[in-house]
Design a protein around this ligand. Sequence first.
Ligand code: SF4
Length: 248
Amino acid sequence: MIRSKRPWRRFKLPLVSNSLLKTLRAKVRRITCLLERKYGVPYRKGRGDPIEILIQTILSQNTNDRNRDRAYQRLKTQFPHWEDVLRARTRTVIQAIRPGGLAEQKARRIKETLRWIKNREGEMSLAFLKKMDSDEIKKAIGDLKGIGPKTVHCLLLFGMGREAFPVDTHILRVGKRLGFIPERMSAEKAHQWMVPLIPNKKSLSLHLNLIRFGREICKAKSPQCEICFLSRECIFSYQSNFQISPLP
Ligand code: SF4
C-alpha cells in the first residue's frame, strides 16, 4: 500500500472570533436559501457506487467534466470489472484514460487505490467503510497517495450519503467572491474551513447549487454581475476590481 508523504491532516486555519463565525454562518445560510429559491433543492437520486465515485474523482483532477466522463467511459468499456483494471498493464490503462489528461499519474493512482481496496478486505468492495464514522473514513482513504480532501469528500457525499462538502474550483472562486472563504485560502484548506459554516443537512444542496451558479453566472473570466441574484452578498466588484473582506 502506498501512503502519502503528507498523510491526512488537520490544517492550521486562520483564527476567527465567535462573532465573525456567526456572521459567516448567517451569510452562508442566506446564500443557501437564495440558491434554493432560484435553482430548487437538489435531491439524491440514490447513492452512487463508492468505488465508481472514487475513480471518477481521481479522473476529474485537473480536467473538466466532459473529459473526465470520456476517460471514465473508455475505462469502463475496456475494463468492465475493477479487477480487470488491476490485472491490466499500466500502459493499457493510460491509453484508456488519456482524454482525461495526466494519464500516467492517474493510471498509477487508480491501480494503487484498487490494489489497496482489494488487499484490505480480499474483495473489490468499500462496504467496510459503512461501519466507520466520517473522520475514520477521511483517515483511511485520505492517507492514500494522490487522494486529497476533495476526493474523500466526494466519496462521503455522493458515494455514502454522508454530510460532506467537496470544494472544487467553482466553489473556491465563488466562495471567495461572496466572502465566505478567505482570499488566499487553498482548496485543500477550504474543506476544513467550511465544516462549521454549512447549514445542517444542506451540504448537497449548497455544493450542487454553488457549482451551477459558478458555471452559469459567476464565471471565472466573465462573471455576469448585472444579472446576479447574489450581488448583495458579494464583496467582489469585477468592474472596479475592488475587494473588501472581513476575513483574515
Ligand atoms: S456580483 Fe458578480 S462577482 Fe459577485 S457573486 Fe455575483 S456574479 Fe459573482
